[in-house]
Write a protein that binds this ligand. Structure first.
Ligand SMILES: *Cc1c(COP(=O)(O)O)cnc(C)c1O
Length: 483
């Protein structure tokens, strides 16, 4: 597909500016003026419209079909979110506006904080972080500040299981902590006795995803959090994916002191290429003085910005992705207490429906009821037929279905991680089951065919090694002409 620069025709443009009817401003002084003409594409309105319509046609989103990307919670974002977040009172609020002028917007922070604290069992929450990993960084910075305020600087380690989301160890390293791997058994559950042995006063905290990366709820969670507390550490809950438990159980009651929520996953705000992320980081009372500044508080019936006593400071310019907070609030209020719970139950039901109907065809990492997602391992299929997880993923594209997450968690060979979310109907789930089963049959009868899939997409198999080793990150006009 041609880029806008390649479609450009010298002199073509769309004029919308009326005749100048005010005095012309004084020209800028020469030092501010560029010497060469700015090289921009020259296009008519319809050129631009067709270009973006074509890009949209080539894109696949949850509005086009099922998007079962495990650990990503690609749920439908209701249109209501767009209506509320498009209200001019929100879109036109200036981040430096006096508090009295933006009471409604400040109330959104306070209201969403109270709703999500209720869902998670936390006491206070900040919405500054721009996404999940940024939330982890914020949470860990608070944990560090907490230990330092108590003079416990010998606490240099964070307990994390090997199967954790890659952002966990990365955030830990950015804060300057060292990794202490949590021992797990072959089913991925924490070995409590071994955890007890390695947890001492050099541990700053534990960082855990629950349900874990294999879609299983950690069986000894209260015991695990107690061990860390007794050694003086704090517990961090990676709640990027709260879809299985929201409205059912609160991480605050499982002994967790900090949690981050990906509003762009569980709470239905735009995701990935669809828009900026948003994240809430909730804390228990012991950490509330460390929250980033500013933080909205209610005093005598009005809302104000406040700086917590020992705040870790400001971690973004201004206040986070505010319109996504409006979206998340709409979603929670629309569903209500019962709806939040039902959507978690449906997410779990949908995942189990798929798992149940596929477990005789594909090997599951766990032979048990799962939470909101499950992982299958195609190791045996690959050994027998040569067809890999990647081949099956590519084959799904020919069914018009977005593949699951591939090769994650790293601890499971040839992994496919499936998360249908509550969005999908039984009819859609049946379509997925049929596709997976037919691809399994094809793996046995004609593996070669699958090695070359997909056949029907605009882009077929990009050279992933080349793309990773020699990425072209910048558009050069001269490259384009040579091609
Ligand atoms: C998505 C995810 C993250 C990271 O969130 P980003 O918004 O992508 O930074 C962290 N942990 C888990 C378990 C996740 O699924």
């Amino acid at each position: 597909m041609e880029l806008l620069f390649e479609k450009s025709v010298a002199g073509r443009r769309t004029h919308y500016l009326p005749e100048l009817d005010v005095p012309e401003a004084k020209a800028l002084s020469a030092q501010y003026l560029r010497e060469e003409k700015l090289d921009l594409p020259e296009l008519s309105e319809i050129d631009v419209d067709r270009h973006y319509s074509e890009l949209e046609r080539r894109t696949y989103g949850v509005n086009n079909g099922v998007y079962m990307l495990g650990s990503c919670t690609m749920k439908y974002n209701p249109q209501l979110n767009e209506i509320t977040s498009g209200l001019p009172g929100f879109t036109q609020a200036h981040p430096l506006a006096p508090e009295a002028h933006v009471q409604g917007s400040l109330e959104v922070f306070a209201k969403l904080e109270s709703l999500l604290c209720d869902i998670t069992g936390m006491d206070e929450m900040t919405f500054q972080p721009a996404a999940g990993a940024h939330g982890e960084l914020t949470g860990l910075m608070m944990i560090k500040a907490y230990h330092e305020s108590r003079g416990e600087t010998q606490r240099t380690k964070i307990l994390i299981p090997n199967a954790a989301h890659g952002t966990n160890p990365a955030s830990m390293a950015m804060v300057g902590y060292e990794l202490l791997p949590i021992p797990v058994d072959e089913d991925g559950f924490i070995k409590v006795d071994e955890l007890r042995k390695i947890t001492d006063d050099t541990v700053a905290g534990l960082m855990l995803t629950n349900p874990n990366t294999e879609g299983q709820f950690e069986k000894n969670i209260s015991e695990v959090s107690k061990i860390v507390h007794e050694a003086g550490g704090l517990n961090y809950y990676d709640g990027a994916n709260l879809n299985a438990i929201m409205g059912i159980v609160q991480p605050g009651k499982m002994g967790f002191d900090v949690i981050h929520l990906n509003l762009h996953k569980t709470f239905s705000t735009p995701h990935g290429g669809g828009g900026p992320g948003a994240c809430g980081v909730g804390v228990k009372d012991i950490l509330k003085d460390f929250l980033p500044t500013p933080h909205v508080v209610e005093r005598n019936g009005s809302f104000e910005w406040n700086t917590p006593e020992k705040s870790i400071g400001n971690i973004v310019a201004f206040h986070g992705n505010f319109l996504n907070l409006v979206r998340a609030m709409s979603y929670v209020l629309m569903l209500g207490r019962d709806g939040i719970k039902r959507s978690a139950q449906n997410a779990v039901l949908n995942a189990n429906y798929l798992r149940y109907h596929l477990k005789d065809t594909y090997t599951m990492s766990h032979d048990e009821i799962c939470m909101h997602e499950f992982v299958m391992s195609l190791k045996q299929l690959k050994a027998e037929t040569g067809v890999s997880a990647l081949d099956i993923a590519k084959g799904l594209l020919d069914y018009g279905v977005h593949p699951p997450t591939m090769y994650f968690p790293l601890t499971i060979p040839e992994a496919l991680m499936v998360e249908p979310t509550e969005t999908e109907s039984r009819q859609t789930l049946d379509t997925i089951i049929k596709a997976f089963k037919e691809l399994h049959d094809l793996s046995c009868s004609d593996p070669e065919k699958l090695h070359n899939a997909p056949y029907t997409t605009v882009v077929r198999r990009p050279d992933e090694v080349e793309a990773a080793r020699n990425p072209i990150l910048k558009y050069e006009k001269s490259n384009a002409v040579e091609e």
